[in-house]
Write a protein that binds this ligand. Sequence first.
Ligand code: GSH
Length: 95
Amino acid sequence: MREEHLLYDLRDSPFCMKARICLHLKGVSYRTVTVTARRYRELRRLNPLGKVPVLVHDGEVIADSSSIARRARTVSSWRNGPTRRSTSSSARSSG
Ligand SMILES: N[C@@H](CCC(=O)N[C@@H](CS)C(=O)NCC(=O)O)C(=O)O
C-alpha cells in the first residue's frame, strides 16, 4: 500500500496555497504538516533551501510548488489511465 502524501506548508504562504489548490483539483488526498519553528530542522532536511511547500510521498521529496503541481497532474493520470491525444486535423494544423 502506498503512503499518503504529506504536504509541509504554511497556511498563509501563496506558494503553499498554489500547491494545495493543485492537489485538490487533481483529487490527490494529502495531510498537511504545518512548519513551526520546532519543525524547521525537519524541513531543512527535506529541502535544504528551507522553503515550503514540500511534498513527501513514498520517501520521495518534491520541493517547489510548480513541481508539486506537476506531480499532482501525474498522480491524477495514474488514476485515470493514459489520456487520449486529439488526432483531429484542426489540432494538428500549424496554421
Ligand atoms: N519557488 C518556490 C518558492 C517557495 C517560497 O518562496 N516559499 C516561501 C513561503 S511563501 C518560504 O518558504 N520562505 C522561507 C524562506 O525563504 O526561508 C515555490 O514555488 O514553491
